[in-house]
Design a protein around this ligand. Structure first.
Ligand SMILES: Cc1cc2nc3c(=O)[nH]c(=O)nc-3n(C[C@H](O)[C@H](O)[C@H](O)COP(=O)(O)OP(=O)(O)OC[C@H]3O[C@@H](n4cnc5c(N)ncnc54)[C@H](O)[C@@H]3O)c2cc1C
Length: 568
């Protein structure tokens, strides 16, 4: 069996993983860095990010770190750790300028300065962007930059299956080389998880099919706690019927939301911020309009109109070309001429691997950054354009921290017994298994259950049914059969494993949501409609146990912003 030794192993080559690799390579030319991903880096999910990246660039024009911090904490419904937020808002402007230096084609103002646009819950126009292809340009900039460092070795299309930990210290990972089907072991002194979120738990989602929460599940199974998994973001504007994101920048550039009576209904729900209230508020308002019969009826069910027609063709072409293209191709609608049919859509995993603000997990040498991590700056509801920003800031921190950690450390070997056990688990017990359940049917039913029981409005009674369904699916999963038995490019094997990861994660969302008897941010319970700071101003930690997650709670860090009622 092949063993590759590398001081630092980074799993995931999206924005967070690429940024971590560059930071590590810049900090030391001596350390060896393996950058592993199941897709090619320029096909990572981050390329889909559309609207932009939040940063304070204009203190002279009225923005400030405090304002960005306050917006983020209030947007998070006070569940964010404020020390992490304070650090984050001060660091992100440097990242924007660094990317500018490295060639990122930011959109510009007439005076040549980097342009910024409005975004939901941000009380200053502070979202930096590259038209509506921000993630694409950020990833390409980082990818090109990463090629400069000889100590970064890429392992593209390697699917990580497990994490090896001994005496609470990480010592490496196993991965299937997808092309050959060979199992490869990466022995490391430090590991950074940057594998993204778990958007595909839901059926109606903006996420690409690769976003199956692998890193979250692998860490969870290895004993690392997951934090605040019950908080899932529903973005207001998913294109019907595909769920493709119609970026918040549509509203940032002046778009309206209208019900079937032609009303800009946000006036009732968030009179000050209107369409640019945070996503949880807008998504709930849209769903309320639909439930109360003021949505439009279409062949794919009820929807709300996203109206850009008043912006004019020139502005739409300059600022939102991808949106126009997607709406035309996937809904047959030209937004220049008519409103776009949209409804809320699962969009972001606020929860993640429990880390402190230095991206350190409770396991020595194991770091997490990007959407896979809960650092936690997003709390109960992330503000738009704070996620790509998080990847850049905390990707860098993770890379630098890992380099500091490996200094003077020795490799702790992955034993032959451990390697044989992983080989047996994957190929004999999993691929070799025969049963009568189809993994894709299980995935379909999981998606339906999440869309139904753990959507925008939740109740204890419905969630109980959802938990039962997930447990039933977990039992049935034990009896799946993978039809394709070959080794090379066995996407059936990979997807069956991803479905297993998703089942474990769905249970953490479900059990955490059922236990939290309050409404906060994106977690809204009709049976407990109020926020309850006395009992619930705390983070959930979910620990793996074979019979289902065990929950514990830890306090939220408050530095300068005391919780107040959240009004927009
Ligand atoms: C449509 C859309 C638009 C968005 N727009 C914005 C925006 O404008 N602004 C903003 O701030 N945020 C936006 N977001 C959110 C943001 O894009 C993501 O949170 C962010 O890009 C996540 O980056 P990441 O590096 O953490 O993970 P990803 O980009 O998801 O990368 C994960 C990496 O891990 C690898 N990986 C995963 N599992 C394995 C495994 N088992 N083995 C090996 N490798 C693995 C993948 O191959 C990939 O390289 C958007 C999200 C969506 C869905």
């Amino acid at each position: 069996m092949e063993v590759i030794k590398s001081d630092i192993v980074i799993i995931g080559a999206g924005l967070a993983g690429l940024r971590a690799a560059i930071a590590a390579a810049e900090k030391s030319r001596e350390v060896s860095i393996a950058l592993i991903s199941k897709t090619y880096p320029i096909r990572c999910h981050s390329v889909c990010a559309e609207g932009g990246t939040a940063a304070v660039l204009r203190e002279d024009e009225g923005d400030s770190f405090d304002l960005h911090g306050w917006d983020t904490v209030k947007g998070a419904d006070f569940l964010a750790d404020q020390d992490a937020v304070e650090f984050f808002v001060r660091e992100i402007p440097k990242e924007i300028l660094r990317l500018d230096n490295w060639g990122c084609p930011w959109s510009r103002r007439e005076d040549g300065k980097i342009a910024q646009r409005a975004f939901g819950g941000q009380s200053f126009n502070r979202t930096v962007f590259a038209a509506d292809r921000t993630g694409f340009h950020e990833v390409h900039t980082l990818y090109e930059r990463s090629l400069m460092y000889p100590n970064i070795t890429r392992y593209d299309e390697y699917f990580v299956t497990n994490l090896f930990i001994e005496d609470n210290a990480v010592k490496g990972v196993s991965a299937i080389h997808l092309k050959t089907g060979d199992l490869v072991f990466f022995n490391a002194k430090a590991v950074i998880l940057a594998t993204g979120g778990a958007g595909r738990l839901y059926g109606f989602t903006t996420y690409s099919h690769q976003v199956t929460g692998d890193g979250l599940a692998i860490a969870y199974r290895a004993g690392v706690p997951l934090k605040d998994m019950e908080f899932v973001q529903f973005h207001p504007t998913g294109l019907i019927p595909s769920g493709i994101l119609m970026t918040e920048a549509c509203r940032g550039e002046g778009g309206y939301l209208r019900n079937r009576n032609g009303e800009r209904f946000m006036e009732k729900y968030a009179p000050e911020r209107m369409e640019l209230a945070p996503r949880d508020v807008v998504a709930r308002a849209m769903w309320t309009e639909i439930i109360e019969g003021r949505g439009f009826e279409g062949p794919y069910g009820p929807y709300i109109a996203l109206d850009l027609t008043h912006l004019g063709e020139e502005k739409i072409e300059e600022r939102l070309p991808l949106i126009r293209d997607a709406a035309r191709k996937f809904a047959g609608i030209d937004p220049v001429e008519e409103p776009i049919p949209v409804k809320p859509v699962a969009h972001y995993t606020m929860g993640g691997i429990h880390t402190n603000m230095w991206t350190e997990t409770p396991v020595k040498g194991l770091y997490a950054a990007g959407e896979v991590a809960a650092v936690s700056i997003h709390g109960a509801n992330r503000l738009g354009s704070n996620s790509t920003a998080e990847c850049l800031v905390f990707g860098r921190v993770a890379g630098e921290k890992a380099v500091e950690f490996v200094q003077g450390k020795r490799f702790s070997e992955i034993t032959r017994e451990e390697m044989l056990a992983e080989e047996k688990r994957l190929f004999d017990e999993f691929l070799g298994r025969s049963g009568d359940e189809n993994p894709y049917e299980i995935k379909k039913e999981l998606n339906e259950a999440m869309d139904r029981y753990f959507w925008i409005f939740r109740t204890g009674e419905e969630m109980k049914k959802g938990i039962k369904k997930i447990q039933e699916l977990k039992r049935r999963y034990e009896n799946i059969e993978i039809v394709d038995k070959k080794r090379g490019f066995n996407t059936d094997l990979m997807q069956a494993m991803e479905i297993g990861f998703m089942l474990d994660l769905a249970e953490t969302v479900a059990v955490g949501a059922y236990a939290r008897t309050e409404s906060r941010g994106a977690h809204y319970r009709l049976d407990y409609p109020k926020r309850d700071d006395e009992n619930w101003l705390k983070h959930t930690l979910a620990y793996y146990a074979p019979e289902g997650p065990k929950l514990e709670y830890i306090p939220v860090t408050i530095t300068k912003w005391q919780p107040v009622e959240r009004k927009y």
